[in-house]
Design a binder for this molecule. Structure first.
Ligand SMILES: Cc1cc2nc3c(=O)[nH]c(=O)nc-3n(C[C@H](O)[C@H](O)[C@H](O)COP(=O)(O)OP(=O)(O)OC[C@H]3O[C@@H](n4cnc5c(N)ncnc54)[C@H](O)[C@@H]3O)c2cc1C
Ligand code: SF4
Ligand code: SF4
Length: 815
């Protein structure tokens, strides 16, 4: 039977989700999409992290080109549909393309509302809706100056925070007396204002914009009371209007949005409206959770399944500004039949308000401590009476029944309907069912199958606790606490903030991120030192005092206090001259043991600390540099003999190993990095348990990664196949750089990949060639500052005090 033709106008988040649902149910449709934006489907919610520099466009793509071709979708990018002919059942774009449909879905989203004041069309006046707006803001911020953001709602404040992090002076002007008044009460609005002001954002409330000043470009904003604020950029974020013109012109019933029934069918039975442009049950929506419920309803209807249709539910609001915690859900307006329970802690900056009606929760506003948001929302949705727990309600779920319970118990008590992932509308029951039915065991699996925690990620901790609860001991819930006792910031936060706030030294990080100790500790200093080395190549001066003893003295300390010294042998190759020099050194300094390591290098064991420098000097003279066998960085590239000597070899594995090691040596990474190149699938170099491995095959090279062979043993996962050595080196350079930029200190590459998702890494490195190239280029750039032999520096007298006998020794397990 031939397929039905499904045409979609708009390629935003709602139709993207609708198609995922649809393809899971049927393949009965040939799909054509028209998108006015010239790109694939991306996560609009994450534009704020792109604006603040915490994410890139590549990070927020939801469906890449490969996804569209895998599903046979015709995607017209940068083509706006200008008419719908309901008699002929066709749509036509502004560039003349037309498509016939059996079913049509209108998903045109909204447009930002532009206040009709004089000057609104000047250069430098922007809205905040799509990637182009975001990129224009980033470009404007590069020139510095002051940004005026008109609108103190969710979007305006995210724009303000992002532009501030980009280094602009920022003023927010807001018509109402408090910020985000639609979501927050005045007390929470005040706390939010105070927090933003402490970050250097000026907030002017009760301010009405009279006009935007300037000749061609914006120069300032004049308020109704005559005040003038200088500005080089004005961002309008005062609301959105559903895009309904197309539907109106086609004669469909339109109110504020395109009017639909509960299965999102418009007044024409073959046309559906979906997303922000739709009006269902008299309401229009501007957050993704309800849009995703619409998406499900449309998909079920198109697949011919009985659908419960769209049902209204309160959607919580969160502000995605790093370090600002607020949560608001339901109705918090004043009223004679309402009661409030309020908790304030001025010192901690926490505020909680629960609104009750007839002993039921109808709203909650939390600021500072938002951990109980999901629980209050569940009480709101279930409508259960709180009469019995009224006295303890405000303290949160942990305090019900008297004492504090552990977080596991708190999550265990949540009902199946409790919403865990707000962005994607995923409930506890859905996650538990997916874990059990599909045998999921990692966060990446849960993300891939349910989408929970795959958007803004604020629910990741909750999802992990739920996994721990469902999987028992087989899942270790990562600790969601600060990176060490000196800070409450997690590694993820610190990494993001170093980039976003452009922090370039350890004291700067500690000052800006409010470390609670003056100098940090043995946990945070090495981590910060690594993050700064990796993030600011050529600018940051490595801090030796923040390194453990092995890295400080460039040798592995052994259990008797002597050291082991390993010269580098690129790809495992050596020469008679090198071997002679090693033998001479061993004789000269009475080195008791000479051993071949697991990584095919020669280890001189039992070197006294005071002999380290002369030993290195002699090895240096013979042309050898440090093998960095101590490094949280590139250690070895192991090889087999490949085509040069072996009958089975398909490629020159030794040659490639040497090239890779010459390319990668000197680079620091979150944890040690060991590679191997093996000349055929017989795998003599054991590439399939390395951090990164290459298996040479007839058609080229298969790159694998994420293996481990220490206390934890695991095989590698394929990244992809490439045809040439050049590509292989580019892929490995890019992968290494992605890991260097995203890994947490001491997080091995396999743990990082578990955390961010193997599929995601594959997409970035193997599919998005631009992103791969950018990572590769950044790696190459950083290598020019990294490839300095540490031994040579020490031989020339660097840090001589370190090698005086009786130095204070800090032990670190040699790996
Ligand atoms: C900066 C920002 C932050 C946000 N943060 C959050 C958040 O934290 N939480 C949350 O829940 N929501 C958030 N939102 C809102 C959320 O992103 C939207 O509700 C959601 O993306 C709307 O999806 P949609 O598919 O209805 O429309 P859109 O994603 O707007 O997609 C509509 C698409 O249709 C295209 N189009 C329009 N007309 C035509 C035409 N005639 N022909 C062809 N194509 C057309 C448009 O170019 C657009 O690409 C945020 C929005 C922004 C802008
Ligand atoms: S708010 Fe975003 S991810 Fe959360 S609940 Fe959200 S992801 Fe899930
Ligand atoms: S991996 Fe293959 S090519 Fe390499 S030595 Fe073993 S058999 Fe030979």
């Amino acid at each position: 039977m031939s397929k039905q033709r499904l045409v979609i106008i708009g390629n935003g988040m709602a139709p993207g989700r609708m198609l995922e649902n649809l393809f899971g149910l049927t393949d009965a449709y040939d799909v054509t999409i028209f998108n006015a934006e010239p790109r694939v489907n991306y996560d609009r919610i994450m534009l704020s992290p792109v604006l603040s520099g915490e994410k890139s466009y590549a990070d927020i793509i939801i469906h890449d080109e490969a996804w569209y071709s895998a599903h046979g979708i015709t995607l017209y990018k940068g083509e706006k549909v200008v008419s719908i002919d309901r008699d002929a059942r066709t749509v036509t774009s502004d560039r003349g393309a037309s498509a016939a449909y059996d079913k049509l879905v209108i998903a045109t989203g909204s447009s930002p509302f532009i206040i009709p004041v004089p000057g609104k069309d000047l250069d430098g006046v922007l809205a905040y809706r799509d990637l182009d707006d975001t990129e224009a803001m980033v470009a404007a911020a590069q020139k510095g100056g002051r940004a005026v953001v008109i609108g103190g709602g969710l979007l305006g404040l995210e724009a303000a925070a992002g532009l501030r992090l980009r280094g602009m002076e920022v003023t927010v002007i807001h018509l109402m007396p408090t910020l985000m008044e639609r979501q927050l009460d005045t007390a929470a609005g005040f706390l939010l204002r105070r927090e933003l002001e402490s970050r250097g954002i000026e907030v002017i409330c009760e301010a009405n914009t009279k006009q935007i000043l300037g000749k061609e470009r914006v120069e300032g904003v004049e308020l109704a009371d005559g005040r003038i604020i200088d500005a080089s950029l004005v961002v309008m974020a005062v609301g959105i209007r559903p895009n309904v013109q197309l539907a109106k012109d086609a004669g469909l019933e339109v109110n504020r949005g395109i009017v639909t029934d509960a299965i999102m069918r418009t007044s024409d039975p073959d046309i559906f409206a979906l997303g922000e442009c739709a009006e269902v049950g008299g309401m229009v929506y501007g957050l993704v959770a309800p849009l995703y419920r619409m998406a499900k309803a449309v998909a079920e209807e198109l697949a011919g399944q009985a659908s419960t249709g769209f049902i209204h539910a309160e959607t919580p609001t969160k502000l995605k500004v790093t370090g600002v915690n607020l949560y608001s859900v339901g109705d918090f307006a004043e009223g004679p039949d309402r009661e409030d329970i309020v908790l304030r802690d001025a010192v901690r900056g926490t505020y909680k308000r629960i609104i009750l009606k007839d002993n039921k929760v109808i709203g909650a506003v939390l600021y500072g401590d938002v951990a109980d948001g999901a629980w209050y929302n569940e009480l709101l949705k279930s409508g259960e009476s709180i009469a019995e727990r009224r006295d303890t309600l405000i303290f949160g779920q942990a305090y019900q029944g008297g004492g504090a319970t552990d977080p596991f118990a708190a999550v265990a008590e949540l009902g199946d309907d409790a919403e865990i992932c707000g962005c994607n509308g995923i409930s506890k029951g859905m996650i538990v069912a997916a874990i059990k039915d599909k045998g999921l065991s990692s966060l990446a699996d849960v993300r891939a199958h349910t989408k929970a925690s795959a958007s803004c990620g604020t629910c990741t901790g909750l999802v992990e606790t739920l996994m721990g609860l469902t999987l028992g001991d087989s899942f270790v819930v990562p600790e969601a606490q600060g990176m060490c006792p000196c800070t409450t910031h997690s590694h993820a936060h610190v990494r993001r903030l170093i980039k976003a706030k452009e922090l370039k030294s350890i004291p700067e990080v500690m000052q800006e991120l409010e470390w609670s100790t003056p100098e940090g500790c043995a946990k945070c200093r090495p981590a910060l030192n690594y993050y700064l080395v990796a993030d600011w190549p050529g600018e940051y001066q490595d801090d030796q005092q923040s390194r453990f003893i092995n890295e400080r003295v460039h040798a592995n300390i052994q259990k008797d206090g002597t050291y082991s010294v390993v010269p580098r042998m690129f790809g495992g190759l050596t020469t008679p001259d090198e071997l002679r020099a090693i033998a001479d050194v061993a004789d000269k300094f009475n080195i008791p043991t000479v051993k071949v390591t697991g990584g095919q290098r020669i280890d001189l064991l039992g070197v006294k600390k005071e002999d380290l420098i002369p030993v290195w000097a002699d090895l240096n003279k013979a042309g050898m540099i440090s093998g960095a066998a101590y490094a949280k960085g590139l250690r070895t590239v192991k090889t087999c003999v490949g085509t040069e000597w072996c009958r089975f070899g398909t490629q020159d594995s030794t040659g490639l190993g040497v090239k890779l090691e010459k390319f990668l040596w000197g680079s620091w990474s979150p944890a040690k990095l060991k590679l191997a190149v093996t000349g055929c699938p017989r795998n003599c170099a054991e590439a399939t348990c390395k951090d990164i491995g290459v298996i040479c095959v007839d058609s080229g090279f298969e790159v694998v990664y994420g293996g481990a062979a220490g206390l934890h043993i695991q095989g590698t996962t394929p990244l992809g196949k490439v045809a040439t050595e050049e590509e292989c080196i580019e892929v490995i350079g890019a992968l290494t750089q992605m890991y260097r930029e995203q890994g947490f200190y001491l997080e091995r590459i396999y743990k990082w990949a578990d955390r961010v998702g193997y599929d995601h890494i594959r997409e970035v490195i193997m599919t998005d060639l631009e992103a791969r190239r950018a990572y590769y280029d950044r790696f190459v750039y950083s290598q020019q500052f990294a490839q300095v032999d540490p031994w040579a520096e020490f031989v020339e007298g660097k840090d001589a005090h370190e090698f005086a006998p009786l130095a204070n020794i800090q032990l670190e397990a040699a790996e």
